[in-house]
Design a protein around this ligand. Structure first.
Ligand code: SF4
Length: 248
C-alpha cells in the first residue's frame, strides 16, 4: 500500500494509481484546468458518487510517477490555467503531489487539491510550498454522524486543517454536501465558524445538494434537498456570517 505520508522534496518516483485524467475541466476550480483523479480513499462515504475510486488495492489501474502524469498534461498547457488533483483521496500521496505540483509551477500553472480533510496537511510543508489552494470537503462534524456517513472514525485532522489552511491563505473553498438525515449541516456550519472565526466569512462556502446519481451506498435512496431547503441552508449560513456562499 502506497501510503506515502512521509515528506520529501521535489522529484520522486512514487508510482500512484491514477483513475482518470480529464484534460480540460471547468468544474474543478477556477478557469480551465486539467483534473487528475487518483485512485484510493481512506473513507467509504455513503454518498460517494465515485465509489469505484475508493479501493486502494485490488484494481488494475496504471501506477504512474508525477513526471509521467505531467507528460500527459503537457499537451493541454495552451488551454489550461492550472491543475487540480482529486480522488479518491489525494492526500494519501503527498510526495507525488509535491512532485507533480513542482512540475506544474515550473510551467506557470496554478495548483489545487481536493481533499476530505481527514489527513493532517500541516505536516506536509514541502507540498504546501507548491500548492495554491485546497478545496476542503466537510463530510460531517459530530463523530457519530461522521462515522455513520463515512464508515471511519474521525481522525481529528479536520479542525487542524481548517485552521492551518485558513491561516496560511490556502483554504480555497469549503464544501458541504447537504442531506438532512445524514449530514449535521447546521452543526458543521457552526463549528467551522467557531474554529476559524477570523477567516470563515470570506472563504467561499459551497453548499451542494445531495444527488443520488452514481451512489451505491446506503444513501442511494435518500432524498435530494429541493431548492427551498437549500435556500434555508444558505440563510442559516448567512446568519452565521458566511459571506461567499455558492449553492449547487
Ligand atoms: S472522501 Fe470522496 S472519494 Fe472518498 S469515499 Fe468519500 S466521497 Fe468518495
Amino acid at each position: 500500500m502506497n501510503h506515502d505520508n512521509k515528506e520529501s522534496t521535489g522529484k520522486n518516483n512514487d508510482k500512484v494509481p491514477i483513475n482518470r485524467i480529464i484534460p480540460v475541466s471547468t468544474v474543478d476550480g477556477p478557469g480551465a484546468r486539467t483534473a487528475v483523479f487518483v485512485q484510493g480513499c481512506n473513507l467509504v462515504c455513503e454518498f460517494c458518487h465515485n465509489p469505484e475510486t475508493q479501493a486502494i488495492e485490488g484494481h488494475n489501474l496504471p501506477r504512474k510517477t508525477a513526471a509521467e502524469v505531467f507528460e500527459e498534461i503537457r499537451p493541454n498547457l495552451p488551454f489550461i490555467r492550472g491543475i487540480t488533483v482529486s480522488g479518491g483521496e489525494c492526500a494519501l500521496y503527498p510526495r507525488f503531489l509535491t512532485a507533480l505540483f513542482t512540475l506544474a509551477k515550473a510551467e506557470g500553472l496554478t495548483t489545487l487539491m481536493d481533499t476530505n480533510g481527514s489527513i493532517d496537511l500541516s505536516g506536509f510543508s514541502e507540498l504546501m510550498k507548491v500548492i495554491d489552494g485546497v478545496m476542503l470537503d466537510i463530510k460531517a462534524w459530530d463523530p457519530e454522524v461522521f462515522y455513520r456517513l463515512t464508515g471511519k472514525k474521525a481522525t481529528g485532522a479536520l479542525p487542524v486543517n481548517l485552521h492551518y489552511l485558513a491561516s496560511t491563505g490556502k483554504l480555497e473553498e469549503i464544501r458541504l454536501v447537504c442531506q438532512e438525515n445524514w449530514v449535521d449541516i447546521e452543526t458543521a456550519l457552526n463549528k467551522v465558524a467557531e474554529k476559524i472565526p477570523r477567516y470563515y466569512g470570506k472563504i467561499p462556502l459551497k453548499l451542494i445538494a445531495f444527488r443520488s446519481h452514481g451512489v451505491t451506498g446506503k444513501m442511494k435512496k435518500a432524498a435530494s434537498p429541493g431548492p427551498d431547503r437549500m435556500e434555508a441552508y444558505k440563510k442559516i449560513a448567512e446568519e452565521l456570517g458566511y459571506e461567499r456562499i455558492i449553492v449547487k
